[in-house]
Design a protein around this ligand. Structure first.
Ligand code: ZN
Length: 323
């Protein structure tokens, strides 16, 4: 048992990341395959199982070396069955992921959503290492999140716990969100939201900005350009990022007021801005956090794209590791 490995799998819309880890959380092997979305993504479980077998052969190991698979998928999970209720990018509706992958691989499988396994990864060996009470927020195309309380992911009654992106930030007149509501944090603090806000600022006046040329060229403004411009003291970009970090700081402070976390870890593409993003978030957090929760350490994620496979392996260790 001590020498056995864990399998972490993180399914994304374009690639499936996979890894073998030992039980101390060290990566033994890490690789990825393309996500085959043909025929409503039905080949995905078989292709994951085959890829695991091929990697075992390559490493001169046998199936018995593996404890089980912890897998994250981009959609809400039915925790009673390990099915994915819907994953638009993959073509899945009520897809019995656990059942199919167990059948194809011959290994026990445990399923959670992608943001939650990334939160577990950061908790195990990343920026949240050693912390049992942690809030993880990922700022990418959307805003995802995972809440860990007392060492466990908060799933809530319907598995929708930790959907930090859909905290309401703008009470009246907010932009439409993918979830059907208006004014969600995701409409402001995602890469898409940052671009939308920058374009609105540019449209409002003719104020000089290094973003204006990109806007005039068929609107090729990106979140990275806005973050870079803010760093270089561009007034338009600075106003956008002040608004973004105000709402991130407010949402995280209100979450902290309810959860009293030890650490708040910020990941995703937008978090690459580092201290330019982190310092104003910390300032706003201090404005809105209740004194007793001010001790929460706010930090940038350290595992990057590996967070999901590491968290998947942690899930396999804790859920399947007693066999
Ligand atoms: Zn929403």
């Amino acid at each position: 048992m001590e020498n056995k490995w864990l399998v972490g799998v993180d399914i994304g819309g374009t690639t499936i990341k996979m890894a073998f880890l030992n039980q101390e959380g060290h990566l033994v092997a890490k690789w990825e395959i393309a996500t085959n979305i043909k025929e409503n993504g039905q080949h995905i479980p078989k292709e994951i199982a085959q890829s695991i077998d091929e990697k075992l052969v390559e490493l001169n190991e046998v199936k018995d070396k593996l404890i089980g698979i912890g897998i994250g998928a981009p959609g809400p999970v039915d925790f009673a069955t390990g099915s994915i209720e819907v994953a638009v990018n993959l073509g899945w509706t009520d897809f019995p992921l656990k059942e199919l992958l167990e059948k194809e691989s011959g290994l026990p499988v445990t399923v959670d959503n992608d943001a939650n396994i990334a939160a577990l990864g950061e908790m195990w060996t990343g920026a949240g290492e050693g912390s049992n009470d942690l809030i993880f927020v990922t700022l990418g195309t959307g805003v995802g999140g995972g809440v860990i309380s007392n060492g466990k992911i908060v799933h809530g009654m319907n598995g929708a716990g930790g959907e930090i992106g859909h905290i309401t930030s703008i009470i009246e007149g907010g932009a439409r969100c993918n979830c059907g509501k208006n004014g969600c944090l995701e409409t402001i603090a995602s890469a898409t939201g940052i671009v939308r806000l920058a374009v609105e600022e540019l449209k409002r006046s003719n104020e000089a900005s290094q973003l204006r040329d990109y806007y005039n060229e068929n609107n090729t403004v990106t979140a990275k350009l806005v973050l870079d411009a803010a760093k270089e003291n561009d007034d338009v970009a600075k106003r956008v990022m002040e608004f973004v970090t105000l709402h991130l700081g407010l949402a995280l402070a209100n979450l902290a007021n309810g959860l009293n976390p030890e650490k708040i870890v910020i990941g995703g593409g937008v978090s690459k801005a580092g201290s330019t993003l982190l310092n104003p978030i910390k300032e706003q957090f201090s404005r809105f956090a209740f004194p007793k929760v001010l001790g929460a350490e706010i930090t940038i994620a350290t595992l990057g794209n590996d967070a999901g496979v590491i968290g998947g392996a942690w899930l396999a260790k804790t859920k399947l590791g007693t066999k």
